[in-house]
Write a protein that binds this ligand. Sequence first.
Ligand SMILES: NC(=O)C1=CN([C@@H]2O[C@H](COP(=O)(O)OP(=O)(O)OC[C@H]3O[C@@H](n4cnc5c(N)ncnc54)[C@H](OP(=O)(O)O)[C@@H]3O)[C@@H](O)[C@H]2O)[C@@H](O)CC1
Ligand SMILES: [K+]
Length: 508
Amino acid sequence: MKILTAAQTREADAQTITNENIASVDLMERAALAFTCWFENKFLPRQSVYIFAGPGNNGGDGLAVARLLHERSYPVKVFVIGDLTNASQDFQINHDRLPAAIAATPIVSIADFPSIPERALVIDALFGTGLSRPVTGLFAEVIGKMNNSKVCVISIDVPSGLYTDKQTPSEGAIIRATHTVSFELPKLAFFLPQHEQYVGAWHTVPIGLSPKYIAEAKTDHYFTTLEDVQQLLKPRRKFSHKGLYGHALLLCGSLGKMGAAVLAARACLRSGVGLLTVHAPSVGYSILQTAVPEAMTLSDPNRRVLSKLPDQMDKYSVVGAGPGIGTERQTKTVIGQLLATTSLPLVLDADAINLVGSSDRLKAQLPRNRVIFTPHPKEFERLVGKSKDDYDRLENMREFCREYACYMVLKGSHSAICTPEGEVYFNTTGNPGMATGGTGDVLTGIVTALVAQNYTLKEACLLGVYLHGLAGDLARETVGEISLIASDLIEQLPKAFRRLAPHQDLAR
Ligand SMILES: NC(=O)C1=CN([C@@H]2O[C@H](COP(=O)(O)OP(=O)(O)OC[C@H]3O[C@@H](n4cnc5c(N)ncnc54)[C@H](OP(=O)(O)O)[C@@H]3O)[C@@H](O)[C@H]2O)[C@@H](O)CC1
Ligand SMILES: [K+]
């Protein structure tokens, strides 16, 4: 699904109004109703609701929500801030529609800010996508009070004060929402780690924005949904044999880090690969043969670290390299040979990324259109360089992927997948329990297996990252976030695959 800029969202609103031949206040009513339904499902009408409305259409939404919640027996109080002589037309209409029981109290100085009871709910309808400058002055003071209220704050559409598609200047005040309920689509800002404290948990509610406009809108930013990845998953053919599903080679492990190789190998096998060979330092031979009997094991001449590429590289369909390999000189030579001498697709993770990042010579040897990097933020920095903020990091990722014609999975809460064309796809599965050692090795195994099965590199990234997060979400259901370990993801992979294709096994 596409992510739109603030300007595109306004245009989508406008086109919806024109195409459907409705008044803009009708679209506002639809939005307010969608928000109210979400709210009703979440909170009982026992708690009083304090709504803070600004002078634009976001404020208009807040006033319409006040009326709708009042009709549903929620005790509602409304406060309006700003120069209301310049308020938007739809704000005015909804102001006039407020029932007599709701007095909209103006806040003209911070002394007018109400004291908010402990169990109240606060709705933030100060600003939405029409924010035109950083929030200062009285608005900033109001935001400060709302942030200090220690109650649940629910933002309509956007946490007020946050720019949705570019860096918010540091002098601007921003709401710290518990929940953000966004209309139709999430905003780019929601996917960036630097905004975690403002956005809280985000949700989307449909308001019927013009599908035609959305389909035609140009963007470089997308987010992946279950439906998107379901379309990618290929069924297994009836007359199958293991040769159809590729032969993956993993270059993993070193003395003391054979666990990384075991995790990557097991995840690779659970992701449908036909054959798997793991090439590891000789210390890992019996470990791998015991822990992963389904995989073939090749022993490197060196006991501790990888020092040599295996022979007959052309019999493999893909190489996954990096988990647990360390950064010793011999291993760097192996990675150099891998880049220079093979023509296979490569999935490079962990120390393979660090090795490439530390050497301009290796970077210059990167083959075009057949490398996937899967860095976490620190590895990303070693490979691509430092970034000023999350928007800058996205731009740097885009530039790097264009320059080297490679794919990148920047791992995080919403892992970002970048293509050589500079398109970025944000993943929507996964949870904080996955921030634990070994989960990256599991991802390498999954993505490598998918490339082996002839998924394009882009498909392998989108599908692999989604499945990895989904396995994490399934694991959370049984072990919780705190106890979750990387092996739990592997255990849940079968269920994750079946979630994507619920009827496939039954159809036979
Ligand atoms: N269009 C539709 O049909 C639908 C729209 N919908 C809703 O509308 C929202 C967008 O509404 P919007 O465009 O009116 O902008 P909004 O965010 O309310 O703010 C604009 C006002 O704030 C002011 N202002 C701005 N920055 C400021 C600052 N830093 N400090 C102080 N003032 C500042 C600005 O003043 P100005 O810049 O003109 O001086 C103007 O008065 C969108 O997020 C969604 O919630 C839904 O109902 C669906 C249907
Ligand atoms: K808001």
